[in-house]
Design a protein around this ligand. Structure first.
Ligand SMILES: Nc1ncnc2c1ncn2[C@@H]1O[C@H](COP(=O)(O)OP(=O)(O)OP(=O)(O)O)[C@@H](O)[C@H]1O
Ligand SMILES: [Mg+2]
Length: 507
């Protein structure tokens, strides 16, 4: 490791657009030499986009990057590396059937065509001796635990002589002990001026324990920064979610009844690795009520939606639908007039190469008037129904015969809603229904959700967008670490309190 100190990094006036979406708007950020800096923000705030602009994965539309006050051009991650900036990703990038040594050697960009393994090994042994944490060079990566693999990812960046280390949610795959150990080592290296660290995390506990400065983004804009020693955790949470409620609740008809339609009792769910990610959820949703589930993604929301949609079994608990015990199977879902709209509808609920008309008819292609006797499908009837839905839900372009995958995201979403909501719906489960949509499409889809609620449907709305929840929901619950930790009615909602519960800080 060389003795030079890490350079001072500045991003000035960064704007990044993806089509009509402005992911970053005139964002300023500074990572001083030897700092441990946390970048905070809700899902979709623009954190990953900002670091990808620094790394040269994305090219900002406006703005510049400065290193030690000098303007630099970073066109690719390889350029970034030449400037001593390295990044550790959320997913592992190691080759698992190779050893740690092999992984470290092949990661070097300017590798000689002939590798002198003895020399490389000697060099890396020397390097390892200077490192505060050790991993056996001869270990096969596939045999390492997640915490060890993360260490190798970091060692890889350090062996490449990088002095600025960017980590995008590095601890989400680690246990709290592994996370503390890793962050502690990085902290020590920043204190020794060997490294600057920029870390993206949702865990304010880690920020309070290890970082010395924070920068907060909200909806693509810089909202503030400051010293961790001078900020309370509740203030950070408040900066993330904002303090004034900008969303106006949608017009709605008052509810006259309080008939429970969907009742969840002590639902427990394990994820694909067998870890319990939903840990005893109790929730009742009534006729004509929208209940919003707020939370940082990854706190069990996705698994809960999957269970309700019949795509994953619950490990414990009961679900009652209109007072009947309910086991989510396709047949029961149809019988109970339950509709589940997952995220990314094009991948999850459409067949891309089939036409809009065909996709619109998935629910009822085998019943009259689309089919006679259950098998003879009438194409003219399909097209006639499609035209009706296209008009009513404003799907563009208005041609039933276009393949659905050629539609924009907002129009695919409209088509899926048209299909699912045109029939009689008792219970609607939706997750991030407006993700990635433009303002107009977003507005229309939210109107449709309120419209079904006004017709008496019970709606469970899971969303990463707090504004969306406060605009639509009659009641809001916060999901954190697999449990519903807080509940409020929308008129009484206090963003600061919701934000604190979302980040696990009730104090
Ligand atoms: N390649 C892309 N194409 C189009 N839109 C994108 C792309 N990458 C990001 N976005 C959009 O830019 C916005 C910011 O996304 P970004 O991934 O930076 O958020 P984030 O703060 O990292 O969120 P999270 O906490 O969920 O990781 C989002 O609305 C996202 O949908
Ligand atoms: Mg991100």
């Amino acid at each position: 490791m060389t003795d030079r100190v890490p350079p001072d990094l500045q991003a000035q006036g960064i704007t990044k657009r993806f089509g009509p979406l402005v992911a970053l708007k005139d964002v300023n950020f500074r990572l001083r030499s030897g700092q441990f800096h946390a970048l905070l923000g809700e899902n979709g705030a623009g954190k990953s986009t900002l670091v990808k602009c620094i790394m040269g994965y994305y090219h900002p539309d406006e703005g510049q990057i400065l290193l030690d006050q000098q303007h630099v051009t970073i066109r690719s991650p390889r350029d970034a590396q030449a400037f001593g900036i390295g990044m550790v990703y959320q997913q592992f990038t190691l080759i698992s059937n190779m050893t740690v040594l092999e992984n470290l050697v092949i990661s070097r960009a300017k590798l000689n065509p002939i590798i002198n393994w003895q020399q490389e090994e000697a060099h890396l042994i020397q390097f390892m001796e200077k490192m505060p944490f050790k991993v056996s060079l001869s270990a096969r990566v596939s045999s390492l635990a997640a915490g060890e693999k993360q260490k190798v990812e970091i060692l890889k960046q350090l062996a490449l002589q990088n002095r600025i280390l960017i980590l995008d949610e590095p601890t989400s795959v680690l246990t709290p002990q592994e996370a503390d150990e890793m962050l502690g080592h990085l902290r020590a290296m920043t204190l020794a001026q060997q490294l600057s660290v920029l870390i993206i995390t949702h865990k304010l506990r880690e920020v309070a324990a290890f970082a010395d400065e924070v920068t907060v983004l909200r909806k693509g804009q810089f909202v503030g920064s400051g010293k961790v020693s001078e900020l309370k955790v509740s203030q950070m949470a408040e900066m993330m979610v904002g303090s004034e409620i900008t969303a106006k609740p949608k017009q709605r008809t008052p509810r006259s009844t309080s008939v429970p339609k969907l009742v969840l009792q002590d639902i427990r769910i394990k994820d694909d690795l067998g870890v319990e990610v939903v840990r005893g959820v109790h929730l009742t949703i009534h006729e004509g009520e929208i209940v919003g589930v707020a939370g940082v993604s990854g706190n069990g929301q996705r698994e809960l939606v999957e269970v309700l949609g019949g795509q994953r079994p619950a490990t414990a608990g009961t679900i009652r639908v209109q007072d009947h015990l309910y086991q989510p199977t396709r047949k029961k879902i149809v019988r109970h007039k339950m509709v589940c709209l997952p995220e990314e509808p094009l991948q999850n609920t459409c067949v891309g190469h089939m036409t809009v008309a065909e996709n619109l008819a998935f629910r009822n292609f085998d019943s009259a008037p689309h089919a006679m006797g259950g098998w003879l499908i009438s194409r003219p009837a399909l097209r006639r129904s499609a035209y009706g839905l296209i008009e009513r839900y404003n799907i563009k372009p208005p041609y039933p015969d276009t393949p659905i995958r050629s539609l924009s995201g907002g129009n695919v979403q409209r088509a899926v809603l048209a299909r699912e909501l045109s029939a009689d719906v008792e219970i609607l489960i939706v997750a991030n229904p407006c993700f990635g949509l433009d303002f107009l499409a977003m507005e229309e889809i939210r109107q449709q959700i309120v419209a079904v609620r006004n017709r008496g449907t019970a709606v469970l709305l899971v969303s990463e967008d707090l504004d969306e929840i406060l605009e639509l929901a009659d009641r809001t619950v916060v999901m954190f670490n697999g449990q519903l930790v807080y509940e409020t009615t929308s008129p009484a909602a206090d963003l600061a309190v919701i934000g604190r519960h979302m980040t696990g800080h009730m104090a």
